[in-house]
Write a protein that binds this ligand. Structure first.
Ligand code: 13P
Length: 263
């Protein structure tokens, strides 16, 4: 099912205490493997494209591909722009049909970020879409300020991506104490980046603290790297095997985020 309304999916996850796995896809095989894993486990999922991916291809091509795959299954599939640089890029993706987008506001002046979110969130919502905002990077050292997270939610962000120890591309332990404080102060839907390497026990605890979206990229790219290096006598054998391996990884993260059976 093609999910146009990101907000409703994130609210459902918030109320029921699970997270949507958000898979970073770059090709048909990656998208198809994740959609098939979602259908097999009756899980709602997010497929997301890094801004570099969108620039390499186009938002329209990703919408066409993901929409066609989504319409073949019963579970909701939401297409999201990951790490959008600014609102012109975000609105370009939403106009093409994306149902959700992230504004990566790391390194910007916090007061200006609030003003921008207040200005643009109503337009995003008028298009039926959801807005995720991050005010910090995800190198592992950054830490979100609970008050600042609360302000972003109050300004209109549907989901705030929090910096609580997870890192893009590597193993991590979460600062669960900070996440609990954010939960107390902000009481809204949160996202975690660097989902591939978050310790499964920490992830489980995070689900009870308002995390509704967990980004998973590296675990999928690792499959591609492993399979690319092998000798292949036929390209179809490569695609078939790589897709089967990707499907296994996608299922693993659907289970870790407890999205299984939620669709
Ligand atoms: P990983 O590559 O560590 O899974 O992180 C993905 C991510 O956070 C995309 O924004």
């Amino acid at each position: 099912m093609w999910a146009r309304h990101g907000r409703a999916l994130f609210q459902d996850a918030f109320q029921r205490g699970y997270a949507l796995p958000a898979f970073n896809i770059a090709s048909l095989e990656m998208a198809q493997a994740c959609v098939r894993a979602a259908e097999a486990l009756r899980a709602p999922i997010v497929l997301q494209t890094y801004r570099e991916e969108v620039r390499r291809v186009s938002p329209e091509v990703f919408v066409g591909m993901v929409r066609a795959l989504a319409e073949e299954v019963r579970v909701p599939v939401l297409l999201h722009l990951d790490h959008g640089e600014g609102f012109s890029e975000i609105f370009r993706a939403l106009r093409a049909g994306y149902g959700s987008a992230m504004w990566d506001a790391s390194g910007r002046d916090p007061e200006e970020v609030i003003v921008e979110v207040r200005t643009h969130a109503p337009l995003v919502h008028a298009m039926g879409a959801a807005l995720e905002v991050a005010a910090e990077g995800f190198g592992g050292e950054e830490r979100s300020d609970p008050e600042a997270v609360a302000q972003l939610l109050e300004a209109g962000a549907d989901v705030v991506a929090v910096a609580v120890g997870s890192r893009h591309g590597v193993e991590s332990r979460l600062d669960l104490g900070l996440l609990a404080r954010i939960r107390e102060v902000a009481r809204g839907p949160l996202a975690l980046h660097g989902g591939s390497g978050i310790h499964p026990r920490d992830l489980e605890e995070a689900l009870a603290l308002g995390v509704v979206k967990v980004n998973v990229g590296t675990a999928l790219y690792r499959v591609l790297r492993d399979y690319l290096g092998r000798p292949w006598d036929h390209h179809r054998a490569f695609y078939r095997e790589v897709e089967a391996a990707l499907l296994g990884v996608a299922m693993e993260y659907i289970r870790r985020t407890q999205a299984e059976g939620k669709a």
